[in-house]
Design a protein around this ligand. Structure first.
Ligand code: GLU
Length: 430
């Protein structure tokens, strides 16, 4: 029976590296029908930050990584906070005392290493042998147990079958294997997953790097499924060119020996691209629901729906939404002079005047008619359709990009489109 765990230390940050470790544990549990345990490694009280565990719970839930055992869920192997497991640690210390595996020195308790090479059965790196040279502390002189000891005791007591964690822990594993053996428990299998490097490849992605904290993505209204999909690809791939994949498909294909040995590189642009793809492909109702949650504007509900609907295919991130749609709700939108000057090559004045004349005569101001009208104008005046599109878009929105031109004009409505063009011509009279 597969039992895996995610064992974060609540240091106040929930890093994408941690999220990826949690994800790979979760994927493996779901792939094998095993159990995903969450355990909070909070023995280091000096580093304890209030609220840090809530950040972890919120981030995991936001990413859809539900745990089967752990805080707030319970289970047969609790408590799931190390700070509440003192009696268990004392019992396991007794086992080591009885077999003479420990000794005291200056108030600290040391574990006696065997000096034998230890086999770390790593599913990603293959079998690795390492010998521990030096005895190490398992209880400090102030009576608190150390990371190596509690980590192993809990993996033993919680019957963890596979330890999936960052490759930075590979060097600890020989200590851990020694401890498992001394406790009379067969060591679990290990899977040390590759590190995440900065975009430029120069070193490990640290907590201070932009884009490193999961909560920032949450605050920026990132699509959690997009971030999760991206994290799947940091060290794993479906062995074909697919990148955007439903999580059910990843669960089906995911396996531990399939993970890469080489370090993964964090690619902010790919992540942004995936977010945009998830936005484009989500059901319209979901897009509208998310959009309206974020969007605090007093306007007719049906009109808001129309505006959001035409934005879906072009919006890259919900953080941009307010800016993306503001001119639909405000006549006092900005028309930067610099942008107007950029339009000089399209002769904006005559184009806007020609557009006004033709649009005025349109009875139905809809997508099809507008498209036909721009086509006819361009033939008649021997200029590209783009010349009308760029100049009119600027006149009605003050910017160069936005939703599809032919869909946007009918949503704004004929009256507003014409009056905004008049206003633009007035502003830029010369
Ligand atoms: N608390 C450790 C960490 O956050 C866990 C290491 C492990 O997964 O064994 O790095």
């Amino acid at each position: 029976m597969v039992r895996v765990r995610f064992a974060p230390s609540p240091t106040g940050f929930f890093h994408i590296g941690g999220a990826r470790t949690a994800l790979f544990n979760w994927l493996y549990a779901r792939h094998t029908g095993g159990t995903f345990v969450l355990r909070i490694e909070d023995t280091d009280r000096e580093r304890h930050i209030p609220g840090a565990t809530e950040v972890i719970f919120d981030s995991l839930r936001w990413l859809g990584l539900d745990w089967d055992e752990g805080p707030e869920v319970g289970g047969d192997y609790g408590p799931y906070f190390q700070s509440q497991r003192d009696t268990i640690y004392q019992e396991y210390l007794e086992i080591l005392r009885k077999s003479d595996k420990v000794y005291e020195q200056e108030g600290a308790i040391f574990f006696r290493v065997s000096h034998e090479p230890q086999l770390i059965d790593d599913l990603i790196h293959g079998p690795v042998y390492r010998a521990e040279e030096k005895d190490f502390v398992i209880f400090r002189s102030n009576g608190t147990p150390t990371f190596h000891f509690v980590n192993v005791v809990d993996d033993a007591a919680m019957q963890i079958s596979h330890v999936i964690r960052g490759a930075d822990h590979l060097s600890n594993s020989s200590k851990h294997v020694e401890l498992f053996k001394a406790l009379g428990v067969p060591p679990p299998k290990f899977a040390h997953i590759p590190l995440i490097l900065k975009t430029n490849g120069a070193g490990k992605m640290s907590k201070r790097e932009t884009g490193a904290l999961v909560e920032d993505y949450h605050k920026q209204h990132f699509i959690p499924e997009a971030l999760r999909n991206y994290l799947c690809l940091l060290g794993w791939s479906p062995k074909d060119d697919r990148e955007i994949m439903p999580i059910e498909e990843v669960v089906r294909l995911f396996d531990l020996p399939e993970i890469n040995k080489t370090n993964a590189r964090f690619d902010e642009r790919k992540l942004a691209y995936m977010n945009a793809e998830y936005i484009k492909n989500m059901p319209l109702e979901e897009f509208l629901r998310r959009g309206k949650e974020l969007f605090d504007v007093r306007a007719d509900e049906a009109y808001i729906d129309q505006v959001l609907t035409i934005c879906q295919e072009k919006l890259r991130s919900f953080t941009e939404l307010g800016h993306f749609v503001e001119y639909f709700f405000d006549e006092n939108f900005e028309r930067p002079q610099s942008e107007w000057e950029k339009l000089a090559k399209f002769n904006p004045r005559p184009r806007l005047e020609e557009f006004l004349g033709a649009a005025d005569a349109l009875t139905a101001f809809n997508e099809t008619n507008l498209e036909q009208m721009i086509h006819d104008l361009s033939e008649q005046h021997g200029v590209k359709t783009g010349d009308y599109i760029h100049t009119v878009r600027y006149a009605v929105s003050g910017r160069g990009v936005g939703p599809s031109f032919y869909r946007m004009l009918p949503v704004l409505g004929k009256e507003r489109v014409l009056s905004r063009i008049h206003r633009t011509l007035e502003i830029f009279q010369s």
